[in-house]
Design a protein around this ligand. Structure first.
Ligand code: ATP
Length: 642
């Protein structure tokens, strides 16, 4: 894989930052099903805000034309022919209009809240499920780099942030825009000159907000990242709670969690500090606008137009001006909140979309065919592979006839597991090819390829649920008889029958209520039920006692009898009966043959065999030296990783 497409943390971060107009993209992608609710919500927002402007305008007009009789009774956007003539009728008309406006506003607020909430919850749901779907399909490189806690933080915290913004803040932003626009139109209609004084607050607030947004954006991105890091730490520690307790590292872990939490607190505080300047700043601006309007308007009425201003100003107009300006104060101060939530939602959306749009390399080819009824003929041809730039496997050639059993042995870190990961296409080869039944594995569909294989590892994941649910995982239609039959073959039936509720016993998260050997046999039963053409056992017996090993070995032998089988083992007795044993060292196959042939060869395998037979004294000096070099190198590698 070339370095510019390699999915490492740097790439993921860069990729995230390159996303333009994240919220717009989010709407286009996840809002399509509920767009009509969005439109209804927006229209209701606009109309309710317009209605909220009606009472102050009518009040101003009523003061001037009904109570003081200064001016004619006229209302903006209402034809004069609709208005009554007598003062009393005008009075009742004004009250009725204000009443209708208030009731109408209440109804519209209800419509707005329900439709925008429906829209935002729907978007959250769609975004979360689509992100999960996509995440499952990402390459293994991604999962090697990104921690589970970080992913949970995206699927949970980030989608929630999004909803909070879409739910309330977006509605409020639109209302604020309508309020500002509507107020400006009415004020300009009433008195252009005083309006110019009052409305100066809008461009000033815009400049101030722009300054704030530029500073806040980066801070919110950092905050969201630090939430992900904190979640990763917590998730890691909860998973490793046994190790923590056994190693008595509670204090050390307390400190690590505290450090992460403190980092989050610091970043949050930095962003808050900025908003502590911004929010009161906005309030000062709007209050200044109110006071200036009051001073200019008051002087105007008492003493004629001040300075360059000309014309008349009525008391009613000034009351409307002051009421409307006062109404602007709170929503404008709210703008701080809106902008903060917007920055927060933008940072969250970038994380969601960043994950959604990561390239996937391991995909079905456009003309991929189904691998049907695989025979189990497997060929590796000159395969070379590395996880990053470092080569892990080189020039691997393997030829397995259907039904044969291949043992893979060798020192730890030699590359044995990597050989089978390539067969499962968890990674693609860098050079060479792998064929199953003469089909390049890149030319068959991933589902049929993986469906043809059963994998049992050292520590198999079991889901929270019953024994039966775990065995039927992937073969959901299997009946109880088939499950029991598979368990019998996996030497698991007896212990399951002895569990308190047999096959219906709940096994706890990750199967904690079972022993390692029991979990292993359930995993084998699950694989047997799948009837795969190719079986892979990767250190399947290394974590169990000798008796359980014997039982598992029996089930492995039975399964291996009629299908192609790969067995990776450190205990060489496990592969003794294999048709071919491949000895892997430093990413290369250094020896191959049957157990007997390899012993006669007197190479690495024969030495490993002597070690396991306890014949340490008879080992050649060169082998001991190489072994200690390898162990030293592993210790070095481990400390590098730290
Ligand atoms: N996901 C990964 N990313 C980067 N390097 C990896 C990854 N998985 C394995 N490696 C490296 O690749 C090399 C081969 O690993 P592999 O797991 O195939 O060895 P192995 O022979 O199966 O070892 P063991 O017997 O200990 O299971 C090791 O050096 C390991 O550090």
């Amino acid at each position: 894989m070339s370095s510019d497409t390699e999915i490492d943390l740097e790439y993921i971060r860069r990729h995230r930052e390159e996303i333009d107009h994240p919220l717009f993209q989010l709407f286009m992608r996840f809002g399509h099903g509920t767009r009509r609710w969005f439109i209804v919500g927006i229209l209701a927002s606009i109309c309710s805000r317009f209605l909220s402007l009606v009472p102050p305008v009518i009040l101003g007009v009523a003061i001037d034309s009904i109570f003081r009789d200064d001016t004619a009774f006229e209302l903006p956007f209402v034809p004069a022919s609709w208005l009554p003539d007598t003062t009393m009728e005008q009075f009742w008309f004004a009250i009725a209009a204000m009443g209708i406006a208030m009731v109408g506003q209440a109804v519209l607020i209800f419509v707005r809240a329900s439709s925008l909430n429906l829209f935002s919850h729907r978007v959250k749901h769609e975004a979360r499920t689509a992100t999960y779907k996509q995440m499952q399909r990402l390459d293994m490189d991604f999962f090697n780099e990104v921690q589970t806690g970080e992913l949970i933080s995206i699927l949970s915290n980030d989608t929630n942030r999004l909803e909070q913004f879409l739910d309330s803040m977006m509605g409020e932003a639109i209302q604020l825009a309508v309020l500002m626009g509507g107020t400006a139109v009415i004020l300009l209609w009433m008195n252009k000159q005083l309006a110019a004084v009052t409305l100066l607050v809008i461009p000033l607030s815009a400049v101030f907000t722009y300054w704030y947004m530029r500073l806040a954006e980066e801070r919110y991105t950092d905050i969201r990242e630090s939430v992900g890091e904190l979640n990763s730490r917590l998730e890691n520690n909860l998973n490793g709670i046994q190790v923590i307790k056994a190693s008595v590292t509670e204090d050390y872990e307390d400190q690590r969690v505290e450090d992460h939490s403190y980092k989050y607190f610091r970043l949050d505080w930095l962003a808050l500090r900025l908003s502590f300047i911004y929010r009161p700043g906005l309030r000062v601006l709007t209050s200044l606008s109110f006071i200036t309007t009051f001073i200019v308007g008051g002087v105007w009425i008492l003493d004629g137009p001040p300075g360059p201003l000309t014309g008349d100003l009525t008391v009613g107009s000034l009351v409307t001006f002051l009421l409307l300006t006062q109404r602007l104060v709170n929503p404008l101060a709210q703008m701080g909140n809106i902008v903060e939530r917007y920055e927060d939602a933008k940072a969250s959306t970038k994380r969601i979309l960043g994950l959604m749009s990561l390239p996937v390399h391991i995909l079905d080819a456009p003309d991929a065919v189904e691998l049907e009824d695989a025979e189990g003929d497997v060929k590796y041809d000159d395969v070379t592979f590395g996880y990053g730039k470092e080569i892990v496997l080189e020039d691997i050639d393997i030829d397995v006839e259907p039904g044969e059993t291949v043992g893979l042995v060798g020192p730890t870190g030699a590359g044995k597991t990597t050989v089978v990961k390539l067969l499962l296409r968890l990674y693609d080869v860098d050079e060479g090819t792998i064929h199953i039944d003469d089909l390049d594995i890149r030319d068959v569909t991933l589902s049929s390829l993986r469906g043809a294989m059963g994998y049992v590892g050292q520590d198999n994941f079991l889901f929270d649920g019953t024994v039966e649910e775990n065995i039927k995982y992937g073969q959901f239609d299997a009946d109880r008889e088939a499950v029991i039959e598979a368990c019998k073959r996996a030497e698991a039936h007896e212990f399951i029958a002895n569990l308190p509720e047999g096959y219906d016993t709940d096994i706890g998260e990750r199967g904690v209520k079972l022993s390692g050997g029991q979990r292993q046999r359930i995993a084998i039963a699950r694989t047997i039920l799948q009837r795969p053409a190719i079986m892979i056992f990767d250190e399947a017996t290394s974590a169990v006692d000798t008796e359980t090993e014997m039982l598992i070995q029996r089930s492995i032998n039975e399964l291996a009898a009629d299908r192609t089988t790969f067995i990776i083992a450190h205990r060489l007795s496990t592969v003794r009966e294999a048709d071919t044993i491949l000895v892997v060292e430093d990413g290369r196959i250094v020896e191959r043959g049957t157990h007997q042939e390899l012993l006669e060869n007197n190479g690495l395998y024969a030495n490993l065999w002597r070690v396991q037979a306890g014949e340490i004294e008879s080992l050649p000096e060169e082998f001991v030296e190489q072994a200690s070099e390898r162990v030293a190198q592993q210790a070095l590698d481990a400390s590098d990783e730290d």
